[in-house]
Design a binder for this molecule. Structure first.
Ligand code: FMN
Length: 362
């Protein structure tokens, strides 16, 4: 069993939430690429719990240790192995869960697959903690992409019924930086207030709430990607659905397009002031036939409410399957989506860098 993705840039994620450590092995980073470690740390901190009052109290320093592949702050061209220690574990919180699967978590499906042998303390390999190494690898990819004029940015676009403004059609990298600097990553702080109210209300009700994230990649040339099964959409979706709690991905206007007429849905072609071919709208999210159009790639990810809630819930007792109830203790985010914003950026950056490296080798 391996959690891997990528073709030229091969990323493997390893570890369990309450084991000794977690990490990533990245094969295929180009040699000689400078890594700004301070910037990487700031990127990883955006994912951490405890960043604002609405998040989990489990805060770990998450300092990536570079075991191999980096020398004098530059990639060597050899596999980059990153290790992150698990320091803030409280396995006792999970002792009553071993044989009582949490509704909507992976406890039950993992029990069935590995017959109870998987280390599922704290969610094991299915824990949101495993997104820390994704961010470590993706934070490096983001730096490499920026050197090539490609920028990745995301914001929390909804929580429950409250929605943020949408990204403009051609967002400036400064907007991405501005959002990344906020402890609550939204475009409109006023709308962000409403979203925070949704999270607080869910927490007070001993409940959790879902949300969505809008992500864009700017600066990509037209003509990247492959038709049918290796398109940009396919490759992004494969990685995005690997992020725990992601239950939906839509490109451009996605499902809204299915309710439109062609005359309203089509993106008319035109030229910009420099004579470049553009589309005047971008409802298809910068991808046609699986291949980039040169317009920003735009997609939205739907994240479900945190499965672990403090209310009593119905479950079964394993292995015999008798009905019982469960009360979940431990430190859980009332809304996963707010912490997942940099994770989505990281997933997008690793995928896009892989596509660029594949394209360069064709
Ligand atoms: C950043 C992040 C933090 C998460 N934190 C929690 C948590 O505190 N409690 C919980 O029950 N699930 C949490 N999850 C979600 C579970 O890991 C996920 O729902 C579970 O593995 C089942 O996978 P699925 O929802 O993709 O089917 C988190 C996910 C992410 C991305």
């Amino acid at each position: 069993m391996a959690s891997q993705f990528g073709e030229r840039l091969r990323v493997s994620i390893y570890g369990e939430s309450h084991g000794n450590g977690i990490g990533a092995l990245i094969e295929g980073f180009p040699a000689g690429e400078h890594i700004d470690f301070d910037r990487l740390m700031r990127f990883m901190e955006r994912r951490q719990g405890g960043r604002n009052a609405l998040s989990t109290a489990r805060k770990e320093p998450d300092v990536p240790e570079f075991v191999s592949g980096v020398f004098e702050d530059k990639t060597t061209g050899f596999p980059v192995c990153i290790r992150i220690a698990n320091t803030n574990t409280r396995s006792g919180d999970y002792s009553n869960l071993a044989l009582k699967p949490r509704p909507s978590h992976a406890d039950y499906s993992a029990y069935m697959k590995w017959h109870g042998h998987a280390d599922m303390r704290g969610g094991g390999h299915f824990s949101g903690r495993l997104t820390a190494p994704v961010c470590a690898a993706g934070g490096i990819a983001i730096q490499m992409l920026e050197r090539r004029g490609i920028y990745v940015g995301a914001h929390l676009s909804s929580v429950g019924a409250a929605r943020d403004d949408a990204f403009p059609m051609q967002p400036d990298p400064a907007l991405f930086e501005n959002i990344a600097a906020k402890s609550f990553p939204v475009i409109s702080d006023e709308k962000g207030e409403q979203m925070q109210q949704e999270i607080l209300a869910a927490r007070e009700a001993l409940d959790s709430v879902g949300g969505s994230i809008e992500c864009m990649v700017t600066g990509l040339p037209a003509g990247l990607g492959d038709p049918m099964f290796d398109g940009i959409e396919n490759r992004l979706a494969r990685v995005l659905f690997g992020i725990p709690a992601v239950k939906g991905v839509e490109f451009g206007d996605g499902f809204a397009l299915s309710e439109m007429r062609g005359s309203a849905a089509n993106d008319p072609f035109g030229t910009d002031a420099q004579g470049n071919i553009i589309t005047k709208t971008n409802r298809n999210g910068g991808i046609l036939g699986g291949i980039t159009t040169g317009m920003p790639v735009r997609f939205r990810v739907g994240i479900k409410p945190t499965p672990s809630i403090a209310q009593e819930q119905e479950t079964v007792s394993l292995p015999d399957g008798t009905d019982t109830t469960i009360e979940i203790k431990g430190r859980h985010d009332p809304c996963i989506a707010q912490r997942a914003v940099p994770v989505i950026e990281a997933a997008a950056a690793l995928t896009v860098l892989d596509v660029l490296l594949c394209d360069a080798s064709q």
